[in-house]
Design a protein around this ligand. Structure first.
Ligand code: AMP
Ligand code: MN
Ligand code: MN
Ligand code: MN
Length: 282
């Protein structure tokens, strides 16, 4: 097993979306963990980037401006990370404001459904806890655990926050192909996030990768979260097969998901072309 540790983390969250560290705290912890290159990739927002930039200069880290766009593909949600984007690009800004509208509307619906299922003040409590209007499922999950409706994230997602359960509402996110175009328009690199986390069969995953590549997708995460060696090997092979560059990202959200560490990720298998070399990101 390759136990070399990468000093690069290209997928993280802050309080601008559903992370629990502010952008500054995220940068400080990145620095402590020996990260040299950090991408902040909040869900459907670039609101944390200015603060992260200032902190990154103070703490001597190079910051790659990013985003994690929610997108749909065949009635499912995929997450497309955009790296090295221009956050002021007009098309990106328009896409973000539409995604925010969708997110706010969906949160109202999730809140109402949870309240109907007996969770009192679901929306208000979650809104208070989140400190932002841009509520995601993780915010609702935190509220439900805090209020004692479930014992941990695993249980709360299974019982409440997935399709068919009371805390789930579908959303009409932008099509994957359009998400890739927006990221390119903003000068960024389009990376399929955590490909092993969509509960897709191998056949479906291959189809998703083929279509992602066909519509201009650049890379996929090969080392994501806290992956097992076998998963890295599988994703490495798929990246190679579909001529996608390979990325490395923890998908760090905060210390309350202790199985994910900020940085300290395994390095890429040598036979993959890294997204930072292929697109000159560092
Ligand atoms: P959303 O973008 O609002 O639909 O929420 C997606 C987010 O929910 C992910 O980025 C994670 O933060 C969180 N999430 C999804 N599934 C799980 C899970 N099984 N356990 C913990 N967090 C999860
Ligand atoms: Mn999240
Ligand atoms: Mn994601
Ligand atoms: Mn993420």
């Amino acid at each position: 097993m390759d136990t070399m540790v990468s000093m690069i983390d290209l997928h993280t969250h802050s309080t601008a979306s559903d992370g629990s560290y502010t952008p500054t705290e995220l940068v400080v912890h990145s620095s402590i963990n020996g990260i040299q290159h950090l991408a902040l990739t909040d869900h459907d927002t670039v609101d944390g980037l200015d603060e992260a930039k200032i902190a990154s200069e103070k703490y001597g880290i190079s910051l790659i401006p990013g985003i994690e766009l929610s997108a749909q593909w065949q009635n499912r949600t995929l997450h497309i990370v955009g790296l090295s984007i221009d956050p002021t690009d007009p098309l990106l800004e328009a896409t973000i404001s539409e995604a925010k509208r969708i997110r706010v509307e969906r949160a109202r619906l999730i809140g109402a459904r949870l309240e109907k299922a007996g969770v009192e003040c679901a929306y208000r409590l979650t809104r208070e806890l989140a400190g932002t209007d841009l509520l995601g499922r993780l915010h609702f999950a935190k509220m439900l655990v805090e209020q004692g409706y479930a014992k941990d994230f695993k249980q709360v997602f299974k019982r409440y926050m997935v399709r068919g359960k009371p805390g789930y509402a579908s959303a009409e996110w932008i099509e994957t192909e359009a998400a890739v175009k927006v990221i390119h328009q903003a000068g960024g690199v389009a990376v399929l996030a955590h490909p092993a986390r969509y509960s897709l069969s191998m056949g479906q995953l291959r189809k998703a990768l083929r279509e992602f590549k066909y519509c201009g997708g650049d890379a996929m995460e090969v080392v994501s979260g806290n992956p097992r060696t076998q998963e890295i090997a599988n994703m490495s092979r798929l990246a190679h097969e579909y001529s996608l560059s390979a990325s490395v990202g923890s998908d760090f959200h905060g210390p309350d998901k202790p199985w994910v560490t900020l940085g300290r990720l395994q390095t890429l298998p040598v036979n993959n072309s890294s997204v930072w070399e292929a697109y000159d990101l560092l």
